[in-house]
Design a protein around this ligand. Structure first.
Ligand SMILES: NC(=O)c1ccc[n+]([C@@H]2O[C@H](COP(=O)([O-])OP(=O)(O)OC[C@H]3O[C@@H](n4cnc5c(N)ncnc54)[C@H](OP(=O)(O)O)[C@@H]3O)[C@@H](O)[C@H]2O)c1
Length: 241
């Protein structure tokens, strides 16, 4: 069946990174659309709290830095329809100017968002329905670098290129990414307001987005059965300036 349907009713949706932030908003929106939702992330207590907050969901733990963990997690999944990966660890050591970088931390910066995403796709893609989808996550800094964000730019670029390669390699399975701008998750709310403002100043929509605004893009990519290899920005027009 190739027609785009406008509902996730009855679909099984797996969200790695779903315990908080953007991933949790995708879980909530998918659930509201009638999907069966599995919330997965690294910390069991956070998963349990998320499942408690969002009734009708199930939870599981997985550490994307550990291929054995990803493999074990995938073996317990069974067939499902859509996978979204929003996992990421906010390591402040990645946000340093070039000459101040800790190169070990810089290497590790790829572990969750790039290598972890690839591990999840490697082990879980065979379980995804033929008309299903996988959605990864990059970020506005990929194409709008600022001072001391070069690693976020590099990691996002690697993820976006990975999506293009996977979309051809795993076709007809659909692989896309969402490129969020500044999204007001709990982590972002902890940033000083001045810093938040510098990220959105000059945008056509000069404010941060909500997790639900970001989540809408993931759900769109799940629903549209003729979209693959695409990067969907949700960034207040950040690509224009
Ligand atoms: N928010 C923004 O403004 C923004 C902008 C551009 C890009 N992004 C990217 O979008 C993604 C989501 O951002 P967010 O603000 O929603 O972050 P968040 O609230 O911190 O959520 C990240 C999730 O990733 C999970 N996670 C971390 N390490 C993991 C690991 N090794 N294995 C499995 N799960 C792991 C966390 O699980 P636990 O809670 O269990 O540790 C958490 O559920 C990140 O990749 C971020 O870089 C965000």
């Amino acid at each position: 069946m190739s027609d785009t349907t406008m509902s996730l009713a009855g679909k099984r949706v797996v969200l790695i990174g779903g315990a908080s932030g953007i991933g949790f908003a995708v879980a909530a929106l998918s659930r509201a659309q009638g999907a069966e939702v599995l919330i997965a992330s690294r910390n069991a207590a956070n998963v349990a709290a998320a499942v408690e907050r969002l009734s009708g969901t199930k939870g599981a733990t997985v550490d994307l830095r550990d291929e054995a963990s990803v493999s074990g997690f995938s073996q317990n999944l069974g067939a499902f329809d859509h996978l979204a990966i929003t996992a990421g660890d906010w390591d402040g050591r990645l946000f340093r100017a070039t000459q101040d970088l800790d190169l070990a931390a810089a290497r590790n910066g790829f572990d969750v968002r790039f290598w972890g995403a690839l591990a999840a796709v490697k082990h879980a893609s065979r379980l995804v329905a033929a008309n299903g989808s996988i959605t990864l996550t990059s970020g506005m800094l990929t194409h709008r670098p600022r001072r001391a964000t070069l690693l976020a730019t590099a990691i996002g670029g690697a993820v976006e290129s990975l999506v293009r390669g996977l979309a051809v390699d795993l076709a007809p399975l659909r692989i896309n990414a969402v490129r969020p701008g500044l999204i007001l998750t709990d982590h972002v709310k902890q940033m000083p307001p001045d810093m938040q403002r510098t990220y959105v100043a000059g945008l056509p929509l000069p404010r941060a987005g909500s997790p639900t605004e970001a989540a809408t893009a993931y759900v769109y990519l799940m629903l549209n059965s003729y979209t693959t290899g695409q990067i969907l920005p949700v960034d207040g027009g950040g690509g224009l300036v």
